[in-house]
Design a protein around this ligand. Structure first.
Ligand SMILES: C=C(O[C@@H]1C=C(C(=O)O)C=C[C@H]1O)C(=O)O
Length: 363
């Protein structure tokens, strides 16, 4: 007992030191904020945030053998930087709502909690909020490893002149949320159709007799469950703390290969980090060998394409454009040369931006 008491004293001392350092850090961030304002620079610096994360994750591995878990270190620093940024300039971020959805989770993962979030009801609204400067950034889903591409998001890039400033990949993990403490007391389960379908095997095995009720969103399921004494909802981790519901069973989804990629959209390009991606929209004429010729530029300059997706141009029937993602930044020599050669041949419709690759890319 004495030893526990002594060790807790030690923890108190360490916490005081961490607190002092956090306050010192935020004062420095405030000064950097003023300097950036005077120089007309962007206050939010995603490339610098990436550098901070990578440096610390590396130091944690090299100096301490990764004793402090990597994901936790990421979240601690996500919040530290989110708070430091908020004293420089409070950011406003729109996302495809409602609250507590996976898009909300992706937004939190990218910006942390010290940001003002604006949930909106359509992907178009996210684009228009950013376009009209009502928010600084927007977050939208773009593809899922099981369901495929979110076409609507790609189409919006043809309509709006916005830039991609970042990406987030998150595993779609579903949990059984309830304030009940025993699985056998769950008589009714509420959730959105997709979430229920993704947990079919687990439900058949663990709660074969419970009544299943569909709701319009996982968020609505949580609201209903809060009022009931024999029910549980299937929803995300963010839903559990948004609605103050406990996690009765974790990771109940059938597939462990379910990931969604989200894009962060804004108005300005992001500086090079060395681990970047570039997205662009290309025009390919409807004649033999044209796609081949377009792709040849990437081959000649050794640029690796990570994705190519075709969409109707909406200008003419059977006319298509290609959405391309590639490894590298526009300022990288090989990417620059490939883009120059494509532009000479009038193949570039839009460059959507260069941005840091997702930090934890699990796809
Ligand atoms: C402090 C800065 O401003 C913001 C906060 C950061 C941080 O807390 O480390 C990093 C980048 C910026 O988004 C900075 O630009 O260095």
């Amino acid at each position: 007992m004495d030893e526990i008491w002594a060790l807790r004293k030690e923890i108190d001392r360490i916490d005081e030191e961490i607190l002092r350092l956090l306050n010192e850090r935020i004062s420095i961030a405030q000064r950097i904020g003023e300097l950036k304002k005077n120089a007309g620079l962007d206050i939010h610096a995603p490339e610098r945030e990436r550098e901070v994360f990578e440096r610390l994750l590396k130091l944690n591995r090299e100096l301490y053998g990764g004793k402090f878990p990597e994901e936790a270190l990421f979240h601690v620093y996500r919040e530290v930087m989110s708070a430091c940024l908020s004293v420089e300039k409070p950011l406003r971020v729109a996302y495809l709502g409602p609250k507590a959805t996976f898009t909300h989770q992706a937004a939190l993962e990218y910006f942390g909690f010290s940001v003002h979030y604006v949930p909106v009801s359509t992907i178009r609204d996210v684009f228009s909020e950013v376009d009209l400067d009502r928010v600084d950034y927007g977050v939208v889903p773009v593809e899922n490893t099981i369901e495929g591409v979110v076409n609507y998001t790609l189409d919006m890039f043809l309509e709006y002149d916005l830039k991609i400033v970042g990406e987030v990949v998150i595993p779609i993990r579903l949990h059984l949320l309830s304030n009940l403490s025993n699985l056998k007391d769950v008589k009714r389960i509420y959730s959105h159709r997709h979430a229920l379908a993704q947990c079919r095997t687990w439900l058949d095995k663990n709660l074969p007799n419970a009544q299943i009720i569909e709701t319009e969103s996982t968020a609505r399921a949580c609201e209903i469950v809060l009022e009931l004494e024999d029910a549980a909802a299937i929803a995300s981790e963010v839903a559990s703390y948004t609605y103050h519901l406990g996690i009765l069973a974790e990771n109940i989804q059938d597939s462990s290969n379910n990931f969604t990629r989200f894009l962060v959209i804004g108005k300005r390009s992001v500086k090079r980090t060395g681990k970047d991606k570039t997205s662009l929209i290309l025009a390919v004429r409807n004649k033999p060998g044209d796609l081949y010729k377009t792709l040849e530029s990437f081959y000649i300059y050794g640029v690796n394409l990570t994705k190519i997706e075709s969409r109707p141009s909406k200008k003419k029937a059977w006319d298509y454009v290609f959405f391309v993602d590639l490894d590298g930044h526009m300022e990288d020599e090989n990417v620059k040369m490939a883009l120059e050669s494509l532009s000479k041949n009038n193949r570039i419709i839009k460059i959507l931006g260069s941005y840091p690759k997702a930090l934890f890319e699990e796809s």
